[in-house]
Structure formats: structure tokens, C-alpha cells
Design a protein around this ligand. Structure first.
Ligand SMILES: N[C@@H](CCC(=O)N[C@@H](CS)C(=O)NCC(=O)O)C(=O)O
Length: 209
């Protein structure tokens, strides 16, 4: 990578971890800058003006100083780092299939599994609003459906898109391996558990914390 990379992150976030894991698996140097999202540190005028107008991490900073470019969205940042590596297959269909699982992760998985983990582990059930509390059951049902689909897909497969790990696995691993912190019982998904162990055994793997 010609330009230095800096990850603007909160280390507790699985979306940020995806990018750290991608860089680690590929041996790509990655500096980090930490924010505390619980203190609103990604909502300051400076952050909104320079780093991400959407007020969220992760953001991958490419380059330094006045010419630095900022790339929000975890899966876009993973793609930036991994394009041209074995984590993105060359075949046209296989490449689109990786994207398919990354979109699935953002639409069906992360809003349910990651949000419940955030609410229950970091915010605390007692501190949730009435609206959030009413969302627990729908998110539990939708998150369980996502895990069940993953479990069925993984039957007879080592990884999501064929026999080698790809960005699809990294995107889905980030919040799946800590899904129990959101109250999802992973024992119900044995194929998912076996796949988690395979991802953890990849050369260069780093844990979330
Ligand atoms: N779709 C985005 C989600 C980003 C996101 O929701 N970030 C959360 C932490 S995981 C955040 O920054 N929350 C702080 C806030 O909204 O103020 C991605 O994949 O990067």
C-alpha cells in the first residue's frame, strides 16, 4: 500500500475490528486512532467536518495531512485494503458472491446481532429506552434467522465463498463470534461454531481485543 493507512475506530466495535483483521491477515501496516462512541466523540464538529459527516466510525484514512482521504463504512474499507489479495477472488461471479454476503451482513445480520450486543453489553438493558426495549424481540428473531441461514449455508463448506477465506468471512465473523454477548446462543448453530474456529486458525489472525 503506497500511502499510510490510519483506522479511526472504537476498539469495542466489530465494524472496526473487521478492518484490523483484514489488515492483519494480509500483513498490511495500519495505524489506529481511538474514539469513545459512548462519549459522542464521533459527533464533534471537527469529526463531522473532516472525518465522516455521518458521525460514525470506522473510517479508514488514506494518506496524511491536507491530501488525506477518508473512507467510512467498514466493508468499503476492507475492500480498499484487500482488493488484489486472495481475500477477494478474481472470478467475476465469486467476487460478486463475496459482495452478496457483505451486503447480507449489513442488512440482515449487523443491525440485529451487533445492535443487541451493543445494547445489552455496553448500554445495559436497564438504560434502554422503551422504543429500544420493544425492538429486542424483533431483532432477536431477525438475528437468529441470519445465523440460521449462515448455519445452513456452511453445511459442507469450509468458508462462505468456496474453500478459501474471503472478505465475506471477515465481515460476518466480526459480530458472529461475539453474538452471545447479544444473547444469541451459538450452540444452536454448530456449522457456524466450526467456521468460527476455522477463521480463528487463519495465519495472521488477531483477536478482537
Ligand atoms: N454501516 C457502518 C456502521 C457504522 C456504525 O454504526 N458505527 C457505530 C459503531 S459500530 C458508531 O460509530 N456509532 C456511534 C454513533 O452513532 O454516534 C459500517 O459498517 O461501518
Amino acid at each position: 500500500m503506497a500511502e499510510p493507512l490510519t483506522l479511526h475506530e472504537d476498539p469495542r466495535s466489530g465494524n472496526c475490528y473487521k478492518i484490523r483483521l483484514t489488515a492483519a491477515l494480509l500483513g498490511v501496516p495500519l495505524a489506529t486512532r481511538s474514539y469513545d462512541i459512548m462519549k459522542g466523540e464521533t459527533r464533534t464538529p471537527e469529526f463531522l467536518a473532516r472525518v465522516n459527516a455521518n458521525g460514525r466510525i470506522p473510517v479508514l484514512q488514506i494518506g496524511d495531512g491536507d491530501t488525506a482521504r477518508f473512507l467510512p463504512e467498514s466493508n468499503a474499507a476492507c475492500w480498499y485494503i484487500a482488493l488484489g489479495s486472495p481475500l477477494v477472488p478474481e472470478d467475476r461471479f465469486a467476487q460478486a458472491d463475496v459482495l452478496r454476503w457483505m451486503f447480507f451482513e449489513q442488512y440482515n445480520h449487523e443491525p440485529n446481532v451487533a445492535t443487541l450486543r451493543f445494547w445489552l453489553r455496553f448500554v445495559g438493558e436497564a438504560n434502554l429506552s422503551a422504543e429500544q426495549r420493544a425492538q429486542i424481540m424483533p431483532k432477536r428473531i431477525a438475528g437468529s434467522a441470519a445465523l440460521d441461514l449462515m448455519n445452513r449455508h456452511l453445511a459442507g463448506r469450509a468458508f462462505f465463498c468456496g474453500e478459501a477465506a474471503s472478505l465475506a468471512d471477515i465481515a460476518l465473523f466480526a459480530y458472529t463470534h461475539v453474538a452471545e454477548e447479544g444473547g444469541f446462543g451459538l450452540r444452536d448453530y454448530p456449522q457456524v461454531l466450526a467456521w468460527i474456529a476455522r477463521v480463528q486458525a487463519l495465519p495472521g489472525f488477531v483477536p478482537m481485543d
